[in-house]
Design a protein around this ligand. Sequence first.
Ligand SMILES: Cc1cc2nc3c(=O)[nH]c(=O)nc-3n(C[C@H](O)[C@H](O)[C@H](O)COP(=O)(O)O)c2cc1C
Length: 185
Amino acid sequence: MKKVLVIYGTTEGHTRKIATFIAEHLRAHGAYVDLVDSATPAAAAVQPTYGAVVIAGSLHEHLHQRSLVHFARENAAWLNAVPTAVVSAGLAAAIPDPETQAQARNNLQYFLDTTGLKPARTKIVAGALLYTKYDWFKRTMMRLIAKQMGKDVDDTRDHEYTDWDDLRRFVDEFARQARIADGGG
Ligand SMILES: Cc1cc2nc3c(=O)[nH]c(=O)nc-3n(C[C@H](O)[C@H](O)[C@H](O)COP(=O)(O)O)c2cc1C
């Protein structure tokens, strides 16, 4: 059974949901999966014993979580020697404007450039507006941004934009590429 690491950074919790979804789907492919939050001591204890890795983070002011950047940079040498996928979640991916989409791609490229990661696959995923998890300042700011971007402004509840079917297809492709169902290493 192939051992796979799914490591994620999250600020409000949505990327945990994305990473959990990816981990469950990889398990359905027959992988043995460890799911690790990059902001916990478990991240520093990760050993280079995995046959494939998925790294997922989300954008806040154009940057991914610092703990995830740290993990990727520290472990880039062995990560680049196994099939690796990078998933980047953000609001930009939910906005069908070429400039905003280009910004999301640039943010992902910046993550790769600053960590030295050379993943086999990358995926930009629409995240969520988690109004109920924001403090007053964040809620006001995000409501304003959402209004400008034509997204949901009802801040009495959360709004999720992730296309789970599309993400499932991405995981299927990665599982095939990383030969996760083969039962090897
Ligand atoms: C303060 C703040 C800043 C954000 N900045 C960006 C950004 O620069 N680009 C983007 O695409 N999304 C941005 N987002 C949207 C988040 O990436 C999105 O809500 C994502 O689902 C958060 O994932 P998390 O809950 O795992 O942290 C921002 C959200 C907040 C609250």
